[in-house]
Write a protein that binds this ligand. Structure first.
Ligand SMILES: NC(=O)c1ccc[n+]([C@@H]2O[C@H](COP(=O)([O-])OP(=O)(O)OC[C@H]3O[C@@H](n4cnc5c(N)ncnc54)[C@H](O)[C@@H]3O)[C@@H](O)[C@H]2O)c1
Length: 346
């Protein structure tokens, strides 16, 4: 069965990789992206090689969005992905992420399309995540001891959750209101950290890619927060593993819909910044200086590890690529595209 799919934010890191992946699986793919993210024009060129048409449109332009062709699915990857506490950013984040989802939902209702929404682990309560760890300095380096720290879909979502988290949590609720009233169907995926080729990493987002790039270029990095020691732990999901599970979700949509999943690298793919530094050194042969910035941002969390129990139960899926494979894939991509990428990384 081939479906017509619109991927919003389709020139971003996840959207562009997913668009190409699904096109190779013979789906009919269009993307929508206003090309605002640095690097999205480069991704657009990749899409064009696969004959994927992009509508250059702001997601908040409802009038034009409603005039686009009809799709079986809209996969929503358009967002401002920043857990920023800058005051002048808040309005933009809410408008793009929350009202952007509203525009997409209007289009879904008009055409009776299904929506697959890409949410985030940041919908979970910062204070409850903090309280998983008694003493931030004691985040264990032993992976098996992190087992009880995995977060499942029922984990509390009380404030604070960051403005970005709020925009996504509100979008999730908005989707459910539309579904209740207008008979459309949804899936919500709450991803942890996703990494892989074509992610133009920056401090606010995409640290894994940034870490390897800075090592490759022998530039400095910072350990920010928690005393500046690189204690923070995250689970890392390779973009190919993400594409595989979304493909399964589209194929099985008639059987599994109106549901919410945590999806991440999971326990085995959890790593702290110290170990990421160790791996980056090993694969690049570079030993760079890492500065300590002791103060922790109020929106930061010491650890996040997705529980993949539910997604595994529904689809028998689990991530295939381990941390070292992810790091090597990114390094090869950066080396093979070194000259072009210089413009897109700091
Ligand atoms: N990358 C991750 O680790 C991660 C983790 C959890 C959730 N997510 C979610 O996955 C989705 C995709 O993330 P990503 O990492 O690919 O981000 P990205 O920044 O690489 O891509 C987002 C794309 O959206 C586009 N965009 C931004 N504002 C727009 C607007 N107003 N109109 C149209 N297009 C607009 C940008 O140009 C960009 O190409 C987001 O919804 C994000 O919240 C990502």
């Amino acid at each position: 069965m081939t479906y017509k799919i619109l991927i919003t934010g389709g020139c971003g890191f996840i959207g562009s990789n997913l668009a190409i992946f699904l096109k190779k699986k013979k789906f009919q793919i269009n993307t929508l992206d206003n090309l605002s993210r640095k690097g999205s024009k480069l991704n657009l060129k990749r899409l064009q090689k696969f004959n994927i048409k992009n509508f250059k449109l702001n997601i908040n332009n409802k009038e034009k969005l409603l005039k686009l062709p009809k799709y079986d699915f809209i996969i929503d990857c358009s967002a401002l992905v920043e857990v920023s506490t800058e005051l002048n950013n808040i309005d933009k984040v809410l408008r793009t992420n929350f009202l952007g989802t509203n525009s997409i939902l209007l289009k879904c209702v008009k055409d009776q399309s299904n929506i697959i929404f890409f949410s985030t682990s940041r919908v979970y309560s910062i204070s409850k995540i903090n309280s998983l760890i008694d003493n931030k300095k004691l985040i264990t380096k032993k992976i098996h001891k992190r087992k009880k720290l995995q977060v499942n879909e029922k984990f509390p979502k009380s404030s604070p959750i960051s403005f970005y988290g709020l925009s996504k949590k509100s979008s999730e609720q908005l989707i459910k209101e539309y579904v209740n009233c207008f008979n459309i169907k949804y899936l919500i995926n709450r991803f942890g950290v996703v990494a892989g080729p074509w992610q133009f990493g920056k401090v606010e987002q995409g640290f894994f890619s940034l870490w390897i790039w800075r090592h490759l270029n022998k530039k400095r990095l910072n350990f920010i927060g928690y005393g500046g020691n690189g204690y923070q732990v995250r689970d890392i999901l390779h973009i190919d593993d993400l594409c595989e599970i979304v493909f399964m979700q589209v194929k099985k949509f008639k059987l599994v819909n109106n549901n919410t999943f945590n999806i991440g690298g999971g326990l085995k793919n959890s790593i702290d910044l110290r170990d990421l530094t160790y791996i980056s050194r090993k694969i690049t042969n570079a030993n760079i200086k890492i500065n300590k910035i002791k103060k922790t941002d109020n929106s930061d969390i010491p650890i996040y590890i997705s529980s993949n129990k539910k997604i595994k139960k529904f689809y028998n899926w689990e991530p295939k690529k381990n941390i070292l494979e992810i790091a090597k894939d990114i390094l090869n991509w950066q080396k093979n595209n070194f000259k072009i990428l210089k413009k897109y990384f700091n």
